[in-house]
Design a protein around this ligand. Structure first.
Ligand code: FAD
Ligand code: NAP
Length: 542
């Protein structure tokens, strides 16, 4: 029996443990993996990398941690981020309160005793007054049901469940399904390491080249000298990034993030020659910085056309280039993808692109993939097919609230939560970066710190006021959900042509709802603060 049980030991669970301990609570963390790191523990595929600058995608709660840690690159690769997570676990002595290799399969509210009771796959049980689900927005890998998949006799991999011992793919015939962020990062690396690579693409992607600068000591030092100012700026930025520009050296786009690029100008008023010349001078990534692209359909189409022209120039075979062009949705609909040599990879002799819209996969065979046009012999098949995002990990945890009502019942038409922090009917249960919060539209470390701090303060309020339970009212929850929907309307994210995991569109039968809060991180944070200042408006207590 502890005060708080936390599910998940990614960055959210780790920071929750540290924070709750500091406020004098006893804490037990339960984690399915064998160590800390969450996303960066599971996603070890070749090319995995963060696209928020490392000096920003890092915790701000400890000044000494900020000063001591060094990042070798401006945008870190997975092994470096995992090292950082491990360092945090060691530095703050976190592992002694984390139960690893334990997947929570049931979370049940015991109303009589006001306790949350959790059960793991192995039958172990835990109980606590408070339950914090730090289970991640992108932690349940999606493996589509392709006919015959179970009979494949070769090596099967998923980017989100990559083995710790790097599989040796040298000389092998490898197939990969999926061209989202993970696929686009993995494909150039796989092409270099395997014999032949066949890419099974359903929807072409808009991807722009990533910054690949090594960290310069002077730039890092300037960040470290200004960290308090940088953290303050993150709090006031829509995507939780400071966009701090080091004076000593300003590598192009060094401080930019796909979450909140610097949107300087508009594309529509420019002449075609001026548009092209801007991209030629500044790189294709500049296309993301035209602010009208995200709100004006005509500007969006201009940008999409221009993007396609650039791809045609990068890919040698015109037929392959044509297949790589996104045509039925616009920039700004899906999570922006960044790459390293993605298009150039299709100029290699050992890479084949298969458009599974033209020639659908009929079935996975014992030794490859059969499409409507031919059989592809494969030694290994990689699924880069994404995640059951935002709600997947919560629903899979089988949460039962008051009166035995399950979260699955409550969310049958889509997620309903107040601020992405709590749900009516589930007293004292909190979610970190839950649906209805900025979460995946923000630098997630900033979002995580804000949520954990808010939850910590809320628990403190309940405890110090001698209260028993805390949960939102249904009215407050419904108002918030309506607000979340209304701010997403009219953006490219919810355009009728758009199908993204933000909308749940990647999972069959998932309700089509735009799940994250697009109104901006500062607006959201201020709302959370105002609610506290207003005696926890919208919450009810016993
Ligand atoms: P996670 O890291 O997902 O951790 C959740 C943990 O909970 C996991 O370890 C999981 O095993 C555990 N868990 C879940 N359910 C259970 C259960 N029932 N029982 C026990 N344990 C459970 N964000 C950015 O801001 N910038 C980026 O550039 C960026 N890049 C990304 C790249 C990839 C490949 C992916 C997949 C995500 C990326 N993200 C990025 C989002 C990333 O998920 C967050 O930045 C952050 O790491 C989330 O931390 P978390 O602790 O909330 O969740
Ligand atoms: P994703 O964006 O959902 O992409 C999945 C891919 O698999 C899509 O191309 C999808 O095609 C394809 N796919 C799914 N089912 C298929 C099927 N049955 N047949 C053929 N193709 C199928 O997933 P992801 O690439 O793992 O990325 C998820 C999120 O993780 C990102 O959006 C991002 O937030 C995060 N991430 C970030 C980075 C980074 O650079 N920082 C890197 C990796 C991941 P359709 O589009 O047609 O469905």
């Amino acid at each position: 029996m502890v005060d708080v049980v936390v599910v998940g030991a990614g960055f959210a669970g780790m920071y929750a443990l540290h924070t709750f301990r500091r406020q004098g609570l006893s804490v037990q963390v339960i984690e399915a993996g064998s160590d800390v790191g969450g996303t960066w523990y599971w996603n070890r595929y070749p090319g995995a990398r963060c696209d928020v600058p490392s000096l920003e995608y890092s915790f701000g709660f400890s000044e000494s941690l900020e000063q001591d840690w060094s990042w070798p690159e401006v945008f870190s690769a997975q092994p470096e981020i995992l090292k950082y997570a491990n360092h945090i676990a060691d530095r703050f002595d976190l592992r002694r309160d984390i139960k690893f290799n334990s997947r929570v399969v049931e979370v049940r509210y015991d109303e009589t005793n006001n306790k949350w009771r959790l059960r793991t796959e192995s039958g172990e049980t835990f109980s606590a007054k408070y339950c914090v689900m730090a289970t991640g927005c992108l932690s349940v890998p999606n493996k589509p049901e392709l006919p015959g998949a179970e009979q494949f006799g070769g090596l099967e991999l998923h980017t989100g469940l990559w083995p710790k011992d790097e599989p040796d793919l040298s000389g092998l015939k490898v197939g990969i399904v999926g061209t989202g962020s993970s696929g686009v990062q993995a494909i150039p690396e796989l092409a270099k390491m395997c014999g032949e690579l066949t890419v099974f693409q359903r929807t072409p992607v808009y991807t722009v080249p990533a910054n690949r600068k090594a960290m310069r000591t002077a730039v890092e030092q300037e960040f470290k000298d200004n960290y308090r100012d940088i953290r303050a700026r993150q709090q006031d930025n829509q995507g939780g990034v400071s966009n701090f520009r080091p004076v000593k050296s300003v590598p192009k786009n060094a401080g930019l993030s796909v979450e909140q690029p610097y949107r300087a100008n508009e594309i529509k008023p420019l002449t075609p020659a001026a548009r092209r010349s801007q991209l030629e001078q500044k790189g294709l990534g500049e296309i993301l910085n035209f602010r009208d692209v995200y709100t004006d359909t005509e500007a969006n189409e201009i940008a999409n056309d221009l993007f396609r022209d650039f791809v045609r120039e990068m890919v040698a075979d015109p037929e392959v280039a044509e297949r790589l062009l996104p045509k039925d949705y616009g920039l700004g609909c899906k999570r922006q993808v960044l790459d390293r040599d993605y298009y150039a990879t299709f100029n290699r002799d050992n890479v084949t692109l298969v458009d599974v819209r033209d020639t659908p996969i009929q079935q996975i065979t014992t030794n490859g993939v059969q499409t409507t046009s031919q059989h592809f012999d494969l030694d290994a098949l990689i699924y880069a097919t994404g995640f059951d995002a935002m709600t997947g990990a919560l629903l899979k945890s089988d949460i039962h609230g008051r009166g035995d009502r399950t979260l699955n019942e409550k969310w049958q038409y889509g997620p309903q939560a107040y601020l992405g922090l709590q749900m009516e009917g589930f007293p004292n249960l909190f979610t970190v970066t839950g649906p209805g919060s900025p979460s995946v539209l923000c630098n997630m470390l900033v979002a995580i710190e804000q949520h954990v701090n808010w939850i910590s303060e809320a628990i403190n309020y309940v405890e110090s006021s001698g209260l028993r339970t805390m949960e939102p009212t249904e009215a407050a929850e419904l108002d918030w959900v309506a607000h979340v929907n209304s701010v997403a309307e009219g953006t490219m994210y919810t355009a009728p042509s758009c199908n993204s995991w933000y909308l749940g569109a990647n999972i069959p039968n998932k309700p089509r709802i735009f799940m994250p809060y697009v109104g901006g991180y500062p607006q959201y944070r201020e709302r959370c603060e105002a609610i506290v200042a207003n005696a926890y408006e919208g919450f009810q207590f016993t």
